[in-house]
Ligand binder design. Structure first.
Ligand code: HGA
Length: 607
């Protein structure tokens, strides 16, 4: 979600702030803004829409100043207008914020009653006024921030500037991520190490409730009780080079095509092909006492978790619960001692999932996380870190992170099964063999790109599209529908194939394409029966199956998409490819902004 960056620098900072925002734009792109302190002024430039609009403004009206803050917004409170764009400022104070100030209403009313005039509809502006009110009354800025932080509830990462203190930058975090970067006589704040990568690799991750006072001579970090603390400075290893699209038209397409490589890369850390064994990067973790698994995630990661539930049940014979994070946290889940709570998130910062993780921790669960950012909050708070090696995912619609999550979860299922004594060496050998085949099978799936592209114009005019699957193909139907909704803005639903006749079949007519995901195998005939029920009612079916399945059931379909014949274990990894490509090409036909679809942002750091 919103991305923030701050620099206390030696020379002009505004270009570098914008460069940092470019690296954060995946988090939000409703509006953007920069503020610096120079010549006794808090000077701002803000613009609605994409970052380029701000860059143009700055070109026409440059912003001097060796200290500054900047923001790219994903609106939670107030429309994405210039007035609501950050930084928010008073005469004395300017700040940027990622998160939600939950008690902003009473605070705003109280501040207004004291004569403060608001210029935006955001929750954020109250913080600027709270701090400013104190500074204007003669309170030292550090003390003004310290006490204001006690008045706000909710989630925040903040970077704050002061008109009369051109050598002071203050940051604070609770719920939303914030890092401190250490440079040569310069110090930085950023939402993540990626934003700061061209400036420094030396990063300290602030803990929950930490706040930091940055001056020319020192950086002082305080914990939630205002006690001075040291946070370790680590080398981030994140590349400073801007990731580009290569020869691809969109990041999403590039990332879809990267999948065989990044899945292979991920599997390298989870398989020992010579020994024909699965092995997690953390080899000492003891699974033997784990009695049940609770999986919690959001969006596409949730669908990866749904697939994993089938695997954990099938291989490890473990009871598995699964819920979306935003529901789990608020429904009094019963978590028995000895449970493993498993959280899945590309960024490792998803606010709902992080809140659920902390809830599970408080309930005595062992915490495992599958994340693509090994320095993320979730990674740092886990007992068992299971990294994916998808590399930075820029397209807002997740693709390669999803299939890497599946690869890790399959290996985890096998590990659990072995630890429970439910996996014979032969069965383990088979699992290793099939997983090792996944990258090549995904490559074969990608070779059908042009057929899928040719099919897209037939789907693009639809108002609704249904996706059907059974067993582990059911979450793939949900994922296919989500991809289509996210980037093509066509209403789509994923359904368990057998559930159609209990209601949704009423939607079927010849204007509703139905995408059926049905690899040949144990569930094929049942799914095909459901598909035929759709066809009998005039439904237009696109069947995604292998040659055998298409030979058996392809007749009468509007189109078929042929996948390689694969073992059911890796079918979700392989069948992810055509549903991603279909959504992508339909979006291209519709002319939407594929990499930055409307209303969305990657890394959802607000609840
Ligand atoms: N609530 C603030 C910041 C939003 C945010 O962090 N989004 O991820 C606003 O609406 O501007």
């Amino acid at each position: 979600m919103c991305g923030i960056i701050g620099i206390l620098g030696r020379d002009a900072v505004s270009d570098r702030l914008v460069e940092g925002l470019r690296r954060l734009e995946y988090r939000g792109y409703d509006s953007a803004g920069v503020c610096t302190v120079h010549d006794g002024l808090l000077d701002r430039r803000r613009a609605e829409g994409k970052l380029d609009n701000l860059a143009k403004k700055l070109l026409a009206d440059p912003l001097p100043g060796a200290i500054g803050i900047a923001h790219t917004r994903w609106a939670t409170h107030g429309a994405p207008t210039e007035d609501n764009a950050h930084p928010h400022a008073t005469e004395q104070v300017a700040l940027v914020h990622n998160g939600i100030i939950e008690n902003f209403k009473p605070l705003r009313e109280a501040l207004q009653a004291r004569g403060r005039v608001f210029t935006s509809q955001t929750d954020t502006e109250v913080v600027a006024h709270l701090v400013s009110e104190k500074v204007e009354a003669g309170v030292d800025p550090v003390e003004a921030v310290r006490t204001s932080l006690k008045e706000i509830h909710g989630a925040f990462a903040l970077a704050i500037l002061f008109r009369e203190h051109p050598d002071l930058l203050i940051g604070a975090r609770l719920g939303s991520p914030l890092v401190v970067g250490y440079g040569e006589n310069e110090t930085y704040l950023g939402s993540d190490a990626l934003a700061l990568a061209p400036l420094t690799q030396k990063i300290a991750y602030l803990d929950e409730g930490d706040w930091v006072v940055i001056t020319r001579d020192k950086v002082q970090i305080f914990d939630k009780d205002d006690q001075p603390v040291e946070r370790p400075v680590t080398l981030s290893g994140v590349t400073g080079a801007l990731i580009d699209k290569g020869n691809y038209r969109h990041f999403m397409l590039k990332e879809i095509f990267e999948q065989p490589v990044v899945v292979a890369q991920t599997l390298q850390s989870y398989l020992r092909p010579l020994e024909e064994q699965v092995a997690l990067p953390d080899r000492d973790f003891d699974f033997s006492k784990i009695s049940r698994v609770t999986i919690v995630a959001c969006g596409t990661s949730f669908y990866a978790g749904m697939v994993a539930k089938y695997w954990f049940e099938q291989f490890a014979r473990m009871p598995v619960d699964i819920d979306v994070a935003s529901e789990f946290r608020y429904r009094a889940p019963v978590l028995d001692p000895g449970g493993l709570a498993l959280f899945i998130s590309q960024s490792g910062e998803t606010a709902d999932t992080l809140a659920a993780l902390r809830h599970a921790r408080a309930e005595g669960q062992t915490i495992a996380v599958v994340v693509n950012v090994p320095t993320s909050s979730m990674a740092r708070e886990a007992d068992l870190l299971l990294p994916t090696y998808a590399g930075p995912e820029i397209g807002v619609a997740s693709t390669k992170a999803f299939t890497c999550q599946l690869a890790v979860l399959a290996a985890l299922a096998a590990n659990l099964a072995r630890a429970k004594g439910r996996l014979s060496p032969d069965a383990e050998r088979e699992i290793v063999k099939h997983l090792a085949e996944a990258p090549a099978a995904m490559n074969a799936a990608l070779s059908h790109d042009s057929e899928i592209e040719a099919l897209a114009p037939l789907i693009a005019p639809a108002r609704d599209v249904l996706y059907l699957g059974r067993g582990p193909d059911y979450p793939m139907a949900l994922e296919g529908a989500l991809k289509l909704k996210e980037i093509s803005y066509i209403h789509a639903e994923g359904y368990a194939a057998g559930e159609m006749k209990h209601g949704p079949i009423a939607l079927i007519d010849d204007n509703v394409p139905v995408i059926v995901i049905a690899p040949s195998g144990p569930l094929f005939e049942k799914t095909v029966s459901n598909m035929q029920e759709v066809q009998a009612r005039g439904g237009k079916v696109v069947l995604i199956s292998d040659a055998e399945g298409i030979a058996l059931a392809g007749e009468g379909c509007m189109a078929t998409i042929e996948m390689p014949k694969v073992h059911p274990l890796i079918a979700p990894l392989v069948y992810a490819v055509p549903v991603q490509l279909l959504a992508y090409h339909v979006a291209v036909v519709k002319g939407t902004d594929v990499d930055q679809p409307r209303n969305l942002a990657k890394s959802v750091t607000v609840e």
